[in-house]
Design a protein around this ligand. Structure first.
Ligand code: PEP
Length: 247
């Protein structure tokens, strides 16, 4: 399967930041993996224009579960697609915390995204307290069962394992811990969507940077990364892309 290096710009970036995208495309015109950047919604259309004809895909960071209506400030999946997005991140831990998003809401959003033709990138992961209590597999198994649409196909779904305590902290699980979770994810996903699971890109996310990317990409069933901070600079994200392409 093609691997995926995905970047989440979160609430960072203005038009000036598009120079990083131009630099990324100049340095990596045809990488041997998929590249995706998810900027703030204000930049999706401009980034998509810049990426036209290149190896870079553009995505959103959230969408509403409904197709249209009285939802001030929200965006539908079809609007993201119309702006040039091919993917959308859903259920990121920052949204599960800041906006109290539940598995059921993430599921509804993922269904809406897939109907609109977007690839749903569903994020799951345990908190530090849950890991310390030995509940990691229990927690991510529950999140997976609650938020992944049953009819998902390999082309409409990406799953990102992002331990909450590793996001933006510089800390990562051990290689053995990542391997354990990714093997578990593949087994649970197979139970939920059958043979399609084998083609679903399973990403690791949480403090991935150029210095640790290669060892993480060597873990079985790690098909790429969801990258926050290190996706903002072309040099760092490009180095991660290069590590994935070489894995
Ligand atoms: C993220 O927010 O999805 C993430 C992985 O962030 P960082 O790479 O900065 O830890």
């Amino acid at each position: 399967m093609r691997k995926l290096a995905a970047g989440n710009w979160k609430m960072n970036g203005t038009a000036a930041s598009l120079s990083e995208v131009a630099a990324l495309l100049a340095a990596h015109p045809a990488p041997a993996c998929d590249m995706l950047l998810c900027p703030p919604a204000t930049l999706i259309a401009r980034m998509a224009d810049l990426a036209k004809g290149s190896a870079l895909h553009v995505g959103g960071q959230d969408c509403h579960a409904k197709a249209s209506g009285a939802h001030t400030g929200d965006l539908s999946a079809a609007m993201l697609a119309d702006a040039g997005a091919s993917h959308v991140i859903l259920g990121h831990s920052e949204r599960r915390t800041d906006h109290r998003e539940t598995d059921a809401q993430v599921l509804a959003k993922a269904e809406a995204a897939q109907v609109a033709g977007l690839v749903a990138i569903i994020c799951i992961g345990e908190t530090e307290a849950e890991r310390d209590a030995g509940r990691t597999l229990d927690v991510i198994g529950t999140q997976l069962a609650g938020s992944v649409p049953q009819g998902s196909r390999a082309e409409t779904l990406v799953v990102a394992y992002e331990p909450v305590w590793a996001i933006g902290t510089g800390r990562t699980p051990t290689i053995a811990e990542i391997a354990e979770v990714h093997a578990f994810l593949l087994a649970r996903l197979t139970a939920r969507i059958g043979a399609e699971a084998a083609g679903v890109q399973l990403l690791y996310g949480g403090s991935v940077k150029p210095s640790n990317a290669a060892e993480i990409f060597a873990v079985p069933h790690v098909d790429g990364a969801l990258v926050g901070g290190a996706s903002l600079k072309a040099a760092d994200f490009g180095a991660i892309v290069a590590a994935l392409a070489a894995a």
